[in-house]
Design a protein around this ligand. Structure first.
Ligand SMILES: Nc1ncnc2c1ncn2[C@@H]1O[C@H](COP(=O)(O)OP(=O)(O)O)[C@@H](O)[C@H]1O
Ligand SMILES: [Mg+2]
Length: 192
């Protein structure tokens, strides 16, 4: 995984410059950069009411650059009960604002102490167009699943009974899909 060096995090797809109060994120013109840029910009616009996410400061559609407020702290090693509670609030605020994350990796969380938590990186999301869109309903389930996974890993006693059942059900589906994938690739290698 890439690291932040002297306030700069750079990959072949992205340049993130972390200054004292502002973070500048430029999407390099590779792959589906335009879609990822628009998703991140729209997510930040939709989440601007909440104090749990970075504030959108400015954007430039020509250079695919987004400037946002800096979330203090660094990647937490584990998540406290308080932080799990904040994470629940974040997922709820995102869904209320019409943003559903496809994953919640811990590298996209920041904290200065075990009472605080912030979240960054909104380029891999589904944006709600209308409430009963099947894609939107599935995307919400996916982000709830990732919330439950983090809860299970860090504070498993906070999972409600229905959340545990939901987590086990999705884990079973994922395992089955993985097995099918494995069998498919074995068959492919037999016939190639
Ligand atoms: N608003 C922000 N405040 C503080 N740190 C940030 C912010 N945005 C990004 N970062 C830091 O930069 C890293 C890379 O940014 P991110 O948006 O996750 O890029 P990528 O899409 O390449 O994963 C993050 O993991 C985080 O450490
Ligand atoms: Mg990231």
């Amino acid at each position: 995984m890439k690291e932040v060096v002297n306030g700069i995090y750079e990959t072949n797809k992205m340049k993130v410059e972390i200054r004292e109060n502002i973070v500048s994120k430029t999407f390099k013109k590779v792959g589906n950069y335009s879609k990822r840029y628009t998703r991140e910009k729209t997510s930040l616009q939709r989440l601007s009411e909440s104090s749990l996410f970075p504030k959108l400061v400015s954007f430039d559609d020509k250079t695919n650059n987004i400037k946002m407020s800096r979330i203090p702290g660094s990647q937490p090693e584990s998540l406290s009960e308080n932080q799990i509670d904040l994470l629940r609030q974040m997922v709820k605020s995102m869904h209320d604002a019409g943003v559903a994350r496809h994953a919640i990796p811990i590298r996209d969380l920041l904290s200065s102490n075990d009472k605080e938590l912030g979240m960054v990186d909104f380029e891999r999301v589904t944006l709600k167009r209308f409430s009963f869109s099947p894609i939107w309903l599935i995307a919400k389930k996916v982000s709830n699943y990732h919330l439950c996974r983090l809860m299970k890993e860090h504070q498993s006693h906070l999972l409600s009974e229905s959340e545990q059942i939901f987590l086990e059900k999705i884990n079973k589906i994922r395992n089955t899909l993985q097995k099918i994938k494995h069998i498919k690739s074995k068959l492919k290698s037999l016939f190639s």
